[in-house]
Design a binder for this molecule. Structure first.
Ligand code: COA
Length: 376
């Protein structure tokens, strides 16, 4: 199975509506590929907040309205922030019945204001056990950060370095939410606390945007990149049911199955996109994916190993932190970056000769994890 086309919009605070964003990503993916819309046999649409935030459900028919000339099956998938990698996974399960499937991820989050959007995002957590006790997402990840920092004896400066690296990378990605913004270590250090110990720069922003990919059971061009594995794993929705907050079991399970299927190990990955919805989750992802042992991600960061010229470049597009996090599009944006890198089309942020790439896309607090591995 192959990725035959990729497309996305800019991420950020955008004026376009949800259908317009989806349309732009779809057209960009078609233009990037060797297929036309009449060659697409089905579409999987990934979105989390269309109902509560945009007053729009029945998204498969919304997408059908953008392409009235075809009346193909269209299906919506929702697994919170992991929706788009799960949509890709489901499309791959169907691909043998079709030739080309498009997956579109879209989210329109800006507009309602911070409190309504924070409440809406909280639907990705447990309503009874977490939300009713005030555990909205920044607060939940703050508890995770507190536990990690206590366990491994680190202070906030390491998280600041993760934010800084991601913001530096986003300055080389014109489509990133924070492409326009030069960020210094001092700005990060002195930014206001959101939920102790996490400050503004530990958080991914509230973003609008869309991304799309076309998967196929045939390779027709040198730019088509093979999908070596796509695996999904799940875990409890509430962190009150977790003993250890410093590791996400769903990442460990999904990635170990994906490595087995792709017949490679963590050391073979040349380009990695991880789900850094908060800086602490980037540290945890590196460990859960086997890039190092528990508590050792600190050394990877301190030694510069995750920078573009390091041994394992991570989030070269700026990550969720600085590329942005339009929830339903995020997993596909990670795939967009890995495919761009594997095609050697990433310009200033290009990693040298990558052969294998991987994405880790989390829903909620590790309640879902989608891992996808690609190879040239
Ligand atoms: N990182 C860095 N800068 C950010 C930022 C972020 N995450 N969010 C906003 N900013 C900047 C804005 O660009 C703006 O800068 P400017 O004054 O130079 O234009 C400034 O901060 C104020 O922006 P505003 O939109 O008013 O911020 P806010 O206070 O309403 O929201 C957060 C900030 C961190 C609370 C919000 O982005 C948030 O809730 N993020 C988490 C989203 C989330 O939970 N996603 C799901 C994760 S699983």
């Amino acid at each position: 199975m192959f990725i035959r086309g990729i497309g996305r919009t800019k991420f950020g605070v955008l004026s376009n509506s949800l259908p317009v964003l989806a349309y732009e990503a779809m057209i960009n993916a078609l233009n990037d590929s060797t297929v036309g819309i009449i060659d697409i046999d089905a579409i999987f649409i990934s979105n989390f907040l269309g109902g509560p935030v945009n007053g729009q459900l029945h998204l498969n028919s919304v997408i059908a309205s953008l392409i009235p000339e075809v009346n193909i099956p269209i299906l919506r998938i929702e697994t919170a922030c992991a929706s788009s990698s799960v949509a890709l996974n489901q499309a791959l399960h169907c691909i043998n019945n079709f030739e080309n499937i498009m997956i579109i991820g879209v989210e329109k989050m800006t507009g309602p204001g911070l409190i309504p959007i924070t409440d809406a995002i909280a639907m990705a957590g447990d309503y009874e056990a977490d939300y009713k006790n005030g555990l909205v997402f920044p607060a939940a990840y703050a508890l995770i950060a507190q536990q990690y920092m206590r366990k491994y004896g680190i202070d906030h400066s390491l998280l600041e370095e993760i934010a800084y690296l991601n913001h530096c990378n986003s300055r080389m990605n014109p489509l990133a939410h924070f492409y326009y913004k030069e960020v210094t270590r001092e700005m990060i250090r002195s930014s206001p606390i959101v939920a102790e110990p996490l400050n503004l720069f530990d958080c991914s922003p509230v973003s609008d945007g869309a991304a799309a990919v076309i998967v196929s059971n045939k390779k027709e061009s040198d730019r088509d990149i093979e999908i070596l594995s796509s695996r999904i794993a799940t875990d409890t929705i509430s962190i009150t049911q977790r003993r250890d907050l410093t590791s996400f079991k769903s990442t460990i399970v999904a990635s170990s199955k994906a490595y087995n299927e792709a017949n490679i190990g963590p050391g073979d990955i040349d380009i990695l996109e991880v789900h850094d919805c908060f800086t602490i989750s980037e540290l945890i992802a590196l460990e859960d994916l086997g890039m190092c042992g528990p508590g050792k991600a600190i050394e990877l960061i301190e030694n510069g190993e995750i920078s573009i010229n390091g041994s394992i470049p991570v989030n070269t597009d700026g990550g969720l932190k600085a590329n942005g996090h339009p929830i339903g599009a995020t997993g596909l944006a990670q795939i967009y970056e890995v495919i761009t890198q594997l095609r050697s089309e990433a310009g200033k942020r290009q990693v040298e000769n990558p052969e294998f790439g991987m994405t880790q896309n989390i829903g909620g607090i590790g309640g879902t994890c989608g891992i996808t591995i690609f190879g040239v």
